[in-house]
Ligand binder design. Structure first.
Ligand SMILES: *[C@@H]1O[C@H](CO)[C@@H](O)[C@H](O)[C@H]1NC(C)=O
Ligand SMILES: *[C@@H]1O[C@H](CO)[C@@H](O)[C@H](O)[C@H]1NC(C)=O
Ligand SMILES: *[C@@H]1O[C@H](CO)[C@@H](O)[C@H](O)[C@H]1NC(C)=O
Length: 178
């Protein structure tokens, strides 16, 4: 197994683990553009509805993107405890998008979100196409109970070579149902 695959596996299991609570609330969802020339339009919206948080958003770019590096980290905080970093990874996101669907975890994750996306994204990402996410949420039914109640902050940044294109942040709380 290559180092890259190993990292992806570790990342996968941590993502799985980090989602292990009964209710996942999102308080803040932001998508910030760093390369203003690339994006024609984008949005990120979080809606609270009942006991769920729904994420929606879209992006339109103006040129082909075929080289995309994703850097992501997730930190959690519990009362009276130091902040804990669950993971910090860097992935070739284009190869995840283009070949990752063969990976069991990516397929699971993708199948879970496919209904919220208007297309199955592939590299190169196309210009003038509206990639959109509509009211995505985490299905509590598929979450086992492992993590304690905590607040979390997940960061993702997207780079082309070393140039920062955009970054995204999701903050919220994990609550266990009583
Ligand atoms: C939200 O969760 C509480 C406690 O589990 C439950 O009593 C209530 O019915 C839920 N509300 C909705 C809209 O699902
Ligand atoms: C990404 O970097 C490559 C090589 O530096 C460049 O040719 C390409 O135009 C860049 N793409 C974007 C979307 O900035
Ligand atoms: C892209 O799609 C979203 C969701 O359907 C919509 O809200 C947005 O206005 C669209 N933007 C453009 C530029 O077409």
């Amino acid at each position: 197994m290559s180092f890259h695959k190993l990292r992806l596996l570790v990342f996968s299991s941590l993502v799985n683990w980090s989602l292990c609570a009964h209710v996942v609330f999102v308080d803040r969802f932001t998508f910030t553009v760093d390369d203003r020339d690339l994006f024609l339009s984008q949005s990120a919206v979080v809606e609270q509805d009942g006991n769920r948080s729904y994420l929606s958003g879209h992006m339109v770019i103006n040129r082909l993107v075929n080289d995309l590096i994703l850097t992501s980290s997730m930190d959690i905080t519990r009362p009276h405890r130091p902040e804990l970093r669950l993971y910090n990874v860097q992935l070739n996101f284009c190869s995840v998008l283009n070949n990752g669907y063969k990976n069991k975890f990516i397929r699971l994750l993708y199948n879970n979100y496919a209904e919220f996306l208007n297309t199955k994204p592939k590299c190169p990402l196309r210009p003038n196409f509206n990639y959109s996410l509509h009211r995505a949420y985490i299905d509590e039914a598929m979450l086992p109970d492992l993590l304690p109640e905590c607040t979390y902050r997940m960061k993702m940044s997207f780079k082309n070579k070393s140039k920062l294109l955009a970054h995204m942040q999701i903050e919220g709380k994990l609550r266990t149902k009583r």
